[in-house]
Design a protein around this ligand. Structure first.
Ligand code: HSE
Length: 434
């Protein structure tokens, strides 16, 4: 017999609307393939505009969250409002009524999953959040059900579509960050306030959730080193390209014998690396497991239907499983005190300097790197200055690529170089797969 399941949708923005349309469109299909008849029984929205646009019957529109959770026809509540304000309050109200919750809210899950999961467990209901990370790419299901046989040692990915779109355009068109950002905002790829995406907060929330699952221990977002893309210059992308590198905003998580290393920052990867070919607003996550080896997932990390794909797959899971699935790590507010988080991580580096084009400069600069134990792979001077010039006109860009070294050594060497009157460091970018 086909099981009947009622859903409420809170918020009808891009994701809520896509979820409604997917559920309506595929109702018969889910009956046939999943043996479940999922119907939308209630919606809660701020304005009626979207209700009309989506053709939702007026009688489904609830006035309050109390009305939604008291509705006996509602079994599962889908939250697509976002943020940590009313979304949290509404989710708690649903869980406290014993309704399973499906959410796309990465910030809320990253910051409060411990609290929400505790309430879910107390009420024997589910809390599912596949859509919170990497949109339509089934990364959470993969970590929970696909690669659980493995110890995951490493995860690396492009998990923010906005920044990948901006970096792709800067690379392909040789354009500056500000120009591309404006274009991305005009086309709707970037928000009017782009801070959460371009400064790496969004990727940090997602990495916290994914690394916690991959390494089976709480990885709070506050432990993640974060640097956004707003300072990235067109010149760096161009110079990197000349050396065979592509620039991406990467989320990196490594589980080593010395501890856990988690970071989000612009990163040069070799042009031949699979992540270098992930362009525009696409996302991809690369996993390394001790049994399976390397696995890569690729797809749309945002958008109405890709994200609805993840939301609805959670709805179907919640509708078809009597047993509830909770996170596989001790879900606490803070990290386990026994886990060491490595802040002085190792990486190779790309450093762009602006140097006096005269004999002896290079020796002094490489001498400073040597003093901090930093070994150099490439030194590439870009052009020549007029030997009669003075001031900035007597200087040229110089690109240095280092072997793997420690973050703190680079910081110290950069500070020392900036103290000289020979050179100034314009940018420092980490390099994977150097
Ligand atoms: N703002 C996100 C991105 C999409 O640009 O990838 C939702 O997580």
């Amino acid at each position: 017999m086909v099981k009947k399941v009622g859903v409420a949708i809170l918020g009808l923005g891009v994701v809520g609307g896509g979820t409604y349309q997917t559920l309506v469109k595929h109702r018969e299909f889910y009956k046939q393939t999943q043996n479940v008849d999922v119907t939308v029984e209630s919606v809660l929205v701020r304005s009626g505009k979207r209700v009309k646009e989506l053709g939702i019957p007026e009688e489904l529109v609830a006035k309050t969250i109390e009305e939604v959770v008291a509705n006996p026809a509602v079994d599962i509540v889908v939250e697509t409002i976002g943020g940590c304000g009313v979304a949290k309050e509404y989710i708690l109200a649903a869980l406290n009524e014993g309704k399973s919750v499906v959410t796309a809210n990465k910030e809320l899950i990253c910051k409060y999953s411990h609290e929400l999961e505790r309430v879910a467990k107390r009420n024997s209901c589910g809390l599912y959040y596949e859509a919170s990370c990497v949109g339509g790419v089934p990364i959470i299901r993969t970590l929970l059900d696909g690669v659980q046989a493995n110890r995951i040692t490493e995860m690396m990915g492009i998990i923010n579509g906005t920044t990948n779109y901006i970096l792709t355009k800067m690379t392909q068109e040789g354009a500056e960050y500000d120009e591309v950002l404006k274009e991305a905002q005009r086309l709707g790829y970037a928000e009017a306030d782009p801070t959460a995406d371009v400064e790496g907060h969004d990727a940090t929330y997602k990495l916290s959730i994914l690394a916690s699952m991959a390494f089976h221990t709480k990885v709070p977002y506050t432990k993640i080193f974060r640097e956004g893309i707003s300072e990235v210059g067109r010149k760096d992308i161009q110079f990197g390209k000349e050396l065979g590198y592509t620039l991406k905003l990467l989320a990196i998580a490594k589980n080593t014998e010395k501890g856990i290393e988690v970071r989000v920052h612009p990163t040069f990867v070799r042009d031949r690396h699979p992540l270098a070919a992930v362009n525009d607003s696409y996302n991809a996550v690369f996993l390394r497991g001790d049994a399976v080896g390397d696995v890569m997932l690729y797809g749309r990390g945002a958008g109405a239907f890709p994200t609805a794909s993840a939301v609805v797959s959670d709805v179907i899971f919640a509708a078809t499983h009597a047993d509830v699935k909770y996170s596989t790590f001790k879900n606490t507010a803070n990290a386990d005190p026994n886990v060491n988080f490595i802040s002085d991580f190792e990486s190779a580096y790309y450093i762009r300097l602006f140097v006096d084009d005269k004999a002896g400069t290079l020796t002094k600069i490489t001498g400073i790197f040597a003093r901090y134990g930093i070994s150099i792979v490439v030194v590439d001077q870009k052009g020549r200055a007029d030997p009669t010039a003075t001031g900035d006109a007597a200087r040229v860009p110089l690109v240095v690529i280092t072997h793997k070294t420690r973050e703190n050594s680079i910081k110290k060497a950069v500070a020392k170089i900036n103290e000289t009157d020979l050179a100034i460091v314009r940018s420092v970018i980490r390099v994977e797969d150097q």
